[in-house]
Design a protein around this ligand. Structure first.
Ligand SMILES: [Zn+2]
Length: 174
């Protein structure tokens, strides 16, 4: 059934507008969506961790260009840096990044693309995401369907448009 109502029940066919929910219930449904996003990111970062384990040295090799430049011991690069030459020019002229043109290992292209633009501590990022996920999963209450009174409501992310940041688990703190 085609519908533009973003709130759905996982048991009956009920579809509702978000405006028919209480603020707290809507927040709980949003938090479930955010929980899904967090779990997706955790899954991806576990692949990154696995990639590093399979490819020793990859952590040094695949990283954002600016880090490669800052950490370079090449005297020409040091010289360019102290002459205030823009990073983008140094990157282009010094041929610093053999990884850019190198063929990505099979199946890891998305990971290498991600590492080109992201710099972070993997263990810390994973830990913080896992803590967030635990809190969301523990604290966001289930919202029972007002029609069948059996199913739980969820936001259909194909239809639902995020209309603001979550207050997160703070809303449920007692
Ligand atoms: Zn229902």
């Amino acid at each position: 059934m085609r519908t533009d109502k973003p709130v759905a029940c996982d048991s009956c066919d009920t579809r509702l507008e978000t405006s028919s929910l209480s603020g707290l219930d809507y927040q709980a449904l949003k938090d479930r969506v955010y929980l899904g996003n967090i779990l997706g990111e955790i899954k991806f970062l576990l692949r990154v961790r696995d990639f590093f384990q399979r490819n020793p040295g990859a952590e040094q090799k695949y990283k954002p260009a600016f880090l490669t430049i800052i950490e370079s011991k090449d005297p020409k690069v040091r010289e360019a840096l102290s002459s205030d030459i823009p990073f983008s020019i140094i990157e282009k002229t010094m041929n610093l990044l053999p990884n850019v043109n190198e063929k990505a290992p099979e199946g890891d292209g998305d990971i290498i693309e991600f590492l080109k633009y992201n710099s972070f501590s993997l263990p810390h990022r994973l830990q913080s995401l896992c803590e967030d996920a635990t809190r969301f999963a523990r604290d966001a209450p289930k919202v029972i369907c007002p029609i069948c009174k059996i199913g739980t409501l969820f936001l259909d992310i194909e239809i639902w448009k995020d209309d603001g940041p979550s207050d997160g688990w703070i809303s449920y703190a007692r």
